[in-house]
Design a binder for this molecule. Sequence first.
Ligand code: SF4
Length: 216
Amino acid sequence: MATTERRGDATPFLPKRKSLKALREAAARCQGCHLYAAATQTVFGEGLKRSRLAMVGEMPGDREDRAGRAFVGPAGRELDKALERVGIARADVYITNVVKHFKFEERGKRRIHQTPKKFEVDACLPWLREELAIVRPEVLVLLGATAAKALLGSSFRLTAARGRPIESDLAPHVTATVHPSAILRAPDDAARHAERERFTDDLRRAAHVLADRPPR
Ligand code: SF4
């Protein structure tokens, strides 16, 4: 591990006042691990405190890093399409990531996404834990293996548990599916269509659970 990649911890940067606004402002100044140095800005979660549904992805991508907003790039568009198809307004969802700064490798003018390592995820996790403690979603959808392993443990296997209810005290109903970027990585149109349908079906199941729950 390089010295610039030493084990970090966001905890000293957490604000005393626990509100989404205070968290967002404090996270903008986080230097809890080395990832802040190369990224443009912190990309914090978006959504209302009263959101009944929360979704957690891996990390902002290139577009998100530049815009300072979560899920506004190509994967975000896939997520938006799926949400629309299952009748959920994005404004009703609290959307965030386990890691708040973009990790990338420069190749020429391109910035290529790099999967965050466990020590980077662990460093950033205090932000997500605070977000979930404030929002207290009724349904929590984990998007991709990085998010699922971060919150459910490294032994979690997405392929086995995808789309099913997961026993967890994180929320009354917890489920996991792929990150919507998996749709973009499909090798051809047919595979992309199939992956898109499967992802939408997973969100539809979560939408049904939410609809069946009495409003809090
Ligand atoms: S990735 Fe997380 S812990 Fe690391 S600097 Fe950014 S906000 Fe802080």
